[in-house]
Design a protein around this ligand. Structure first.
Ligand SMILES: Cc1ncc(C[n+]2csc(CCOP(=O)(O)OP(=O)(O)O)c2C)c(N)n1
Length: 271
């Protein structure tokens, strides 16, 4: 048996992958496969869903049933698949544009319903695949393909939105923290209910070059790490300062009834 989980779980025909050198989406794929391997997740019962975008390709590279289709519509598919067969583990990979912009409405309602799926959002702070347009998570004042004079809007905090909407597992980490990221992905996969893991990650081709003047993945990872504070550190800083940071950590982990489609919400006790 192959000992490297990447060799074991990746779909041979789709390699080499199409990611730019140093893309954080490739790291998230790596972390996910390692988390799945540590849990001995049955890949025959795993469905991977991506909308459209760089992130959305992640499930295509895994040896699972994969759906790759419409930008922003991953959650309607996930709902249908999960309600049709509760035995399946459904995992969504979405970009920040996919999850927070075109798919934002589906996102808040999936959180509110506590749909039993895992959503991994690769937040590269831009619409990567289409050329680096401003996205709902682009930091204020950042230059992008569509904000040459700087983004005038305040970004969405997707984790706060998820918590407010009722998601029952919510975490944010970044690509330079593999251990914590893998641990959070494992928790999300074991969680019953809507689980979100947001991964702040570098995009050397778009966000890096336009907003930070560098396409060097390491420099970009360093910048993200410098801008990251843990929940504990954030608690000691003034709110004004925290609002400019990526707060990382596991924010919420709780048990609530999950959405199972009929008019009956099952309780955790009798599920
Ligand atoms: C319905 C629809 N609207 C818009 C597009 C064009 N489109 C394709 S990928 C993409 C951006 C993807 O950005 P994001 O979701 O942040 O993912 P990333 O590529 O950055 O991983 C857009 C707008 C599309 N394919 N379908």
């Amino acid at each position: 048996m192959k000992t490297n989980p990447l060799q074991r779980y990746l779909r041979k025909g789709t390699l080499p992958h199409f990611y730019c050198a140093g893309c954080g989406a490739g790291q998230v794929l790596n972390y996910f496969v390692r988390a799945a391997d540590e849990l001995k997740l049955d890949f025959d019962k795993l469905v991977g869903i991506g909308g459209v975008g760089c992130t959305a390709r992640i499930p295509v590279f895994m040896d699972v049933e994969a759906l790759h289709g419409i930008h922003g519509r991953t959650l309607p598919w996930a709902t249908g698949i999960k309600l049709h067969n509760r035995e399946l583990k459904v995992v969504i990979f979405a970009g920040d544009g996919d999850a927070a912009s075109i798919g934002g409405n589906h996102f808040i309602h999936a959180c509110r319903r506590n749909l039993d799926v895992t959503m991994i959002v690769v937040n590269n702070l831009t619409f990567g695949m289409t050329g680096g347009q401003v996205s709902p998570t682009t930091p204020k004042a950042s230059t992008s393909a569509t904000t040459p004079y700087g983004n005038p809007e305040a970004p969405f905090d997707l984790c706060k939105v998820a918590v407010a909407a009722g998601a029952t597992f919510v975490a944010r980490w970044n690509t330079s923290r593999p251990t914590q990221a893998i641990r959070a992905i494992k928790k999300a996969l074991q969680h019953r209910g809507f689980s979100l893991v947001e991964m702040v990650c570098q995009c050397p081709t778009q966000f890096g070059r336009s907003a930070l003047g560098s396409g060097d993945p390491l420099k970009l990872m360093e910048w993200i790490e410098e801008c990251s504070v843990t929940i504990e550190e954030a608690g000691k800083l003034p709110e004004e300062e925290v609002s400019k940071k990526f707060v990382i950590g596991n924010f919420v982990e709780k048990k609530e009834p999950v959405f199972e489609g009929s008019s009956v919400y099952r309780n955790m006790e009798n599920a």
